[in-house]
Design a protein around this ligand. Structure first.
Ligand code: MG
Length: 125
């Protein structure tokens, strides 16, 4: 059996963190949560992590800056990063991909869609 995959959830909404954690834990993923980009970096540096789900709109450090900083470290060039944001405009998606995200999902997204995307990206990695 595959080893359990660790997923870092970065979101300033406690509701979203809990909801996404629940979905992922039900699917047997191990979850780590962070409340903003800088907390996300700390948690990433301190824990093994196979994939990141990040929000964009967060105070302190937003998702774009968080992703840029993650990608600036050679160790995390290949780490899968999925943006999960309420922003659905093309320019937000472009900014996300420019920062280094692998996928952009618009909130709210169905649990099935989220899990499907995560499994697809982990399988390809
Ligand atoms: Mg937010």
């Amino acid at each position: 059996m595959d080893k359990t995959k660790n997923i870092l959830i970065v979101d300033d909404s406690e509701f979203v963190r809990s909801y996404h954690s629940y979905i992922l834990e039900q699917a047997n993923f191990q979850v780590i949560t962070a409340v903003d980009g800088s907390d996300g970096l700390e948690k990433l540096y301190a824990n093994p992590c196979d994939l990141v789900l990040t929000d964009i709109n967060m105070s302190n450090m937003d998702g774009y800056e968080f992703i840029r900083r993650v990608r600036s470290d050679a160790k995390y060039r290949a780490l899968p990063i999925i943006i999960v944001s309420t922003e659905s405009e093309g320019k937000d998606k472009s900014r996300g991909f420019e920062a280094g995200a692998n996928l952009y999902m618009v909130k709210p997204s169905s649990p099935e869609m989220m899990l499907e995307n995560i499994r697809m990206i982990l399988a390809a990695n």
